[in-house]
Write a protein that binds this ligand. Structure first.
Ligand code: SAM
Length: 218
């Protein structure tokens, strides 16, 4: 029992299969697929559950939260069009799996989590497994104004609407990716900041996330 950071042939093989599964499901960005093939998702699971780590499924991570399913992580990552050195705000750190994928894509990541236990665990685990990000504890529905503006913002919990305050923290040319809907299902929404006051919004596929709680959310 417990968390172990060992990458065996079985896990390596399962990771390769997962990449092929995501490709079949429509993920085509080779950089994103490479990142999924690199981040060791089983490191976020108790060893007892390593046989679940490379299934395309969400999984409980404690505190009533989940590690997102790999397809969702890949889908959101693809929509962000990360370029090396992009400054990215991630709202909803959770266990940090998505954070690692963003870091593999070359982003500088500012990530915020409202649950203290998850925040503490993740900010200890990530450097231990070789990933450096800036960790914050608090209500991410308001963004992090002190470090704005960002090239990209990703929200990994379901919001009732697009918080306007987040749009203000985007650079011109920047992209926000956020699931928007009710508690049962959300549509993935991308917003491109075209100019100071102009935003292009696209509504995409349906997903199911845990709720974004906070001042600008539920
Ligand atoms: N990104 C994670 C991954 O890689 O698997 C999954 C994140 S989980 C689906 C959503 C997270 O958002 C939860 O850990 C939850 O506590 C957090 N959350 C919800 N509302 C939040 C808020 N207002 N600010 C920061 N984090 C929030």
């Amino acid at each position: 029992m417990g968390y172990k950071f060992v990458d065996n042939y079985r896990e390596k093989g399962a990771r390769k299969k997962l990449v092929e599964e995501l490709r079949k499901k429509g993920i085509s960005d080779e950089q994103v697929l490479k990142a999924i093939g690199t981040v060791k998702r089983h490191y976020f699971f108790d060893e007892t559950f390593w046989n679940q780590a490379y299934l395309d499924k969400a999984f409980p991570i404690g505190e009533g939260q989940t590690i997102s399913n790999p397809y969702t992580v890949a889908y959101q990552s693809e929509l962000l069009h990360i370029k090396k050195g992009d400054k990215v705000l991630e709202i909803g750190t959770g266990c940090g799996y998505q954070t690692c994928v963003l870091l593999e894509l070359g982003a500088k990541v500012y990530t915020i989590e409202r649950q203290e236990k998850l925040f503490e665990r993740t900010r200890q685990v990530l450097p231990h497994i070789g990933y450096q990000a800036e960790f914050f504890l608090g209500d991410g529905s308001k963004g992090i104004a002190e470090h704005a503006p960002y090239d990209k913002i990703i929200v990994t919990a379901g919001a009732p609407l697009v918080p306007q305050i987040l749009l203000k923290q985007l650079k011109i040319g920047g992209i926000l990716v956020i699931p928007v809907g009710d508690e049962k299902s959300q549509k993935m929404v991308t917003v491109l900041r075209v100019s100071e006051n102009d935003f292009d919004k696209i509504v995409l596929d349906t997903f199911r996330f845990v709720p974004l709680l906070g001042d600008q959310a539920w």
